[in-house]
Design a protein around this ligand. Structure first.
Ligand SMILES: [Zn+2]
Length: 439
């Protein structure tokens, strides 16, 4: 037996020992918290490459007022200097981009996007301003094509196949959980393969949520969920960090009788959730104490909400929309405004499409809906940048424009901090210090 073989056996024995020891004491002994990474870190230019973006309106992601006439210097893939145009010295070898009339923002981060080995779709997402995305729920094999891409791709964060309960909903995208040991071994395997989050799906019983959270805590990765049957307040008490889809709050906010009727229908047939959600939400009394209490609990536990409103949008006055659907959506929309006002972190997730979405711009529609819900345009920009970076566990590298951060940047025509519609006018995208080629 050669040395390499012996050391491989040693590693195997040690990890078995670790698994045995750790099944009870997972959360106390986790490794220190590294920045969570994408599965496809983009190549960057060499450090000799200097970019200067000159005379631009700076919107740094943190929500403070925009700063006119700013110059930003990028060396290799990092931002190194930011200052007033008349004070920053532009290196002689810099590639200069004139920012007049434009706003410079951090690259957008999408907390909810699904793809399946479709590099063309991801390339479009990038050109429309999204430099980082997370797929909450598709198996990691749905991203193999990434590694063979011939054009630039956004940074891709994955959660592995979502964890669901029998009989499942989208079985080919799910792991149907058998027991707690199964949860631990699956999450270990996901992390080994690049997962930076874990997604719970709506047929996973409440009794397993705590095990999922504890195991994920060990790896310092967040757990996010799409709920229909488990109440959001119960899941939050079990340690859930992220709520995907505003609808996940439905049963916790509704009158208990209505919630029970909805649960029974969905238990019987998962497809009953579709119309059922609008019916349930149309009857929710947003002024009730229950709603107030659930929001308070979520705020207290630092829960992040990725509402994906654009996906559910149904408006009054649209002839294919029924009254209860429009009323249901109106309540979902208002709830997001209330949650924001109470201090809940709202983040932007596009979920690919929606009835009122211009092809490829679900993300922009989501931002518009945030503003219509009562967020300021600047809040909506923070929701799309630094808050999502924090949600992904990577705010030390991404999500804002400041010296030392990676240069994922977008140039937008006009001033989105005043008019969010400007977000549709993405003029140039920089990924990891390099401009993405125009269409
Ligand atoms: Zn989804």
């Amino acid at each position: 037996m050669n040395v390499a073989k012996i050391s491989r056996y040693l590693v195997l024995i040690m990890s078995l020992g670790f698994l045995l020891l750790s099944s009870e004491t997972f959360s106390q002994n986790g490794p220190s918290n590294p920045s969570l990474l994408e599965i496809n870190p983009p190549d960057g230019p060499s450090n000799d490459m200097i970019n200067a973006i000159v005379g631009v309106r700076l919107i740094d992601g943190f929500g403070g007022p925009a700063v006119e006439n700013t110059t930003v210097i990028i060396k290799g893939n990092r931002i190194i200097e930011i200052g007033a145009k008349n004070l920053v010295k532009i290196p002689t070898n810099a590639i200069v981009t004139d920012g007049a009339g434009m706003s410079l923002l951090p690259g957008l981060i999408d907390s909810h996007f699904h793809s399946a080995n479709n590099n063309k779709q991801l390339s479009t997402l990038l050109k429309n301003g999204v430099t980082t995305m997370r797929d909450p729920g598709h198996p990691i094999r749905f991203y193999q094509a990434q590694h063979f891409a011939t054009s630039k791709m956004p940074r891709v964060y994955v959660t592995g196949a979502h964890l669901d309960g029998y009989p499942g909903v989208y079985v080919e995208q799910a792991t149907l959980v058998k027991d707690s040991d199964h949860i631990r071994s699956q999450i270990a395997e996901y992390v080994e393969n690049g997962a930076s989050g874990i997604k719970i799906y709506f047929r996973l019983p409440l009794k397993y949520i705590e095990t999922v959270v504890k195991t994920a805590d060990f790896y310092n990765i967040p757990v996010v969920a799409h709920l229909e049957l488990v109440d959001a307040d119960d899941a939050i008490m079990a340690g859930l960090r992220g709520i995907e889809h505003v609808t996940s709050f439905g049963t916790s906010l509704a009158d208990p009788k209505d919630a029970e009727e909805f649960r029974k229908a969905v238990q019987e047939n998962s497809n009953n959730r579709r119309a059922g959600r609008y019916m349930l939400w149309s009857k929710i009394d947003l002024s009730s104490d229950r709603v107030k209490e659930v929001i308070e609990l979520a705020v207290k536990n630092n829960v992040v909400l990725s509402p994906t409103l654009a996906t559910f949008e149904k408006q009054f006055g649209d002839e294919d929309v029924k009254d209860y659907e429009a009323k249901g959506f109106k309540n979902m929309h208002e709830f997001v405004g209330m949650a924001h006002k109470a201090g809940m972190k709202i983040v932007t997730g596009s979920h690919n499409s929606g009835k009122y979405v211009k092809q490829g711009f679900a993300y922009q529609r989501e931002m518009e809906l945030f503003v219509a819900a009562g967020l300021t345009a600047m809040d909506a920009i923070s929701s799309s940048t630094i808050y999502n970076a924090e949600y992904f566990g990577t705010k030390d590298r991404l999500g804002s424009i400041e010296p030392g951060k990676l240069a994922d940047l977008i140039l937008v025509e006009g001033n989105p901090s005043v008019d969010i519609k400007a977000m549709y006018s993405i003029k140039k995208v920089m990924l990891n210090g390099e401009w993405v080629e125009d269409n």
